[in-house]
Design a protein. Structure first.
Lengths: 306, 177
């Protein structure tokens, strides 16, 4: 095979599969370089394009050395309906085309404000959501995932991610579903609501996440890990195979607490076995009672140091 | 008004997003091709290019020579793809992210399947150098710039990669799974 034949072979092999250009979406979500930013994007490829537009938003926090920060969220296209008022899901406004209408809309900016203080217990919830189409069923949602990208700027943060499940026709539970951190490659034991959490630190690339839903039989999985000690960006994918996700929120918290002890690796939440909270900055209230104490689910964490 | 690449690069380094978009847009097709040939998965390639774009935005201030933008960015893409491949083993099997793998099965009936399989058996370095030279049509000097190695090293690496891949593509030779 000569060089030209090899070139041709490359084009035959890959040209037909080139992914879509996501540059415009990426540009919309570019973080300020001095800020923590959060990008959520819904891969349209996993949905019928006619049903869901690619979505994204950015949460920017000014340098987290300072406290009392303002979040600015720029959002891309949003889902088919906005969050109903009074559901307690907080802080949501956005583009809401008529049901059945086009799902591509003009991206608009949404701004939230919230003070972020040094401890979880004092933190104002800074919540943001992006919605999936109403009524999307398991068969329609093979997978959902999102990306969180956070320039860490050498600091240490705690990342909280939550999902809001769709629990029966027209009924939003408004309950943040669960994302326990898991050992690498582990699959969650069963759908349990549980909080979330884990430290996100420069050089401590651990993130493994599963998305579980309250009361919704679903296959949830740990989907992805970032393993780049030099990364200035942490990427987290949250996935659910066979459920419905209506909302997604995430927030960052500067890690103001003492350094983890025992070391982070041993402080991970393990699906099978006990969960040694250690000095993880997980406030007790973040660890909901719904965390079962079964052999295959994490135990309630001990109170974090204050 | 858009300026030249150097002017746009300078603006982008100072935080001008539109300028950043202008300098990045011409790089998208090549970067997508590179990611696709390295990962053989459209979804992962899409993610990798986006990750690389964000990283480029973060790191652009360190780019000294705007003329080296493409090789600089392709290097980021290549590194990102290597990271993705490295972390694949941690992905829980059968979690739906394999959607593209399913699509890939259909794709494999088309021409190029043998190359895909052959490339899959190569190291990241060999796959990268082959993709850069034969798919992105970069000259050896450009390949060397992306790899961050001397031209001679790039040439020898390409040679070794060809030695590895050609037997797998020979007529009548089934590429190893």
């Amino acid at each position: 095979m000569n060089d030209q034949e090899l070139r041709n072979r490359f084009h035959e092999a890959y040209d037909g599969d080139l992914p879509p250009d996501r540059l415009d979406q990426t540009l919309t979500a570019l973080p300020e370089r001095s800020r923590i930013s959060l990008l959520l994007s819904y891969p349209a490829r996993r949905w019928h394009l006619s049903r869901l537009a690619t979505q994204g938003f950015v949460v920017g926090l000014p340098a987290l050395a300072a406290l009392g920060l303002v979040l600015a969220i720029a959002t891309g296209n949003l889902g088919q309906h906005s969050s109903p008022a009074g559901t307690g899901r907080g802080g949501w406004t956005g583009y809401s085309p008529a049901p059945g209408g086009p799902l591509t809309g003009v991206p608009q900016d949404i701004t939230f404000s919230g003070a972020v203080t040094g401890h979880w217990s004092e933190a104002t919830v800074t919540q943001c959501e992006v919605q999936a189409p109403a009524g999307a069923g398991a068969a329609d949602v093979p997978v959902y995932h999102a990306f969180l990208k956070a320039p860490l700027n050498g600091a240490s943060y705690v990342l909280t991610i939550g999902l809001i499940g769709y629990h029966g026709p027209g009924t939003y539970q408004g309950v943040p579903a669960t994302i326990p951190t898991l050992p690498r490659g582990a699959a969650p034991a069963s759908p349990h609501p549980s909080p979330i959490v884990g430290p996100v630190q420069q050089g401590q690339t651990w993130v493994s996440i599963a998305a579980l839903f309250v009361g919704v039989p679903t296959q949830a999985n740990a989907l992805y890990e970032v393993d780049d000690p030099t990364a200035s960006v942490i990427t987290v994918k949250v996935g659910d195979a066979g459920g419905t996700i209506d909302g997604f929120f995430a927030r960052w918290q500067p890690n103001q607490l003492p350094p983890p002890s025992p070391p982070p690796a041993s402080a991970r939440i393990h699906v099978a076995g006990s969960w040694s909270c250690g000095a993880f900055p997980i406030a007790p209230q973040r660890v909901s009672s719904s965390l079962g104490a079964s052999a295959s689910t994490p135990r309630r964490a001990s109170p974090s140091p204050r | 008004m858009a300026g030249g690449v150097e002017e746009d690069c300078d603006r982008a380094q100072r935080g001008d997003r539109e300028a950043f978009g202008r300098i990045m847009r011409p790089l998208m097709v090549r970067s997508q091709r590179l990611a696709m040939s390295l990962l053989d998965d459209a979804g992962e390639a899409e993610d990798a290019v986006q990750d690389a774009t964000l990283k480029a935005w973060q790191m652009l201030v360190y780019l000294r020579d705007p003329g080296a933008l493409e090789s600089w960015f392709l290097k980021i893409v290549g590194n990102r793809c290597r990271e993705v491949r490295r972390t694949r083993r941690w992905t829980t099997p059968g979690v739906g992210l394999g959607e593209h793998a399913v699509a890939g099965i259909e794709d494999r009936v088309v021409a190029g399947e043998d190359l895909r399989r052959a490339l899959a058996s190569l190291s990241h370095e060999h796959r990268l150098v082959l993709s850069l030279h034969f798919y992105l049509d970069l000259a050896l000097e450009e390949v060397a710039a992306v790899l961050g190695v001397p031209v001679g090293t790039a040439k020898s690496r390409l040679h070794r990669a060809l030695q590895n891949v050609r037997p797998l593509l020979a007529p009548g030779t089934a590429a190893s799974e």
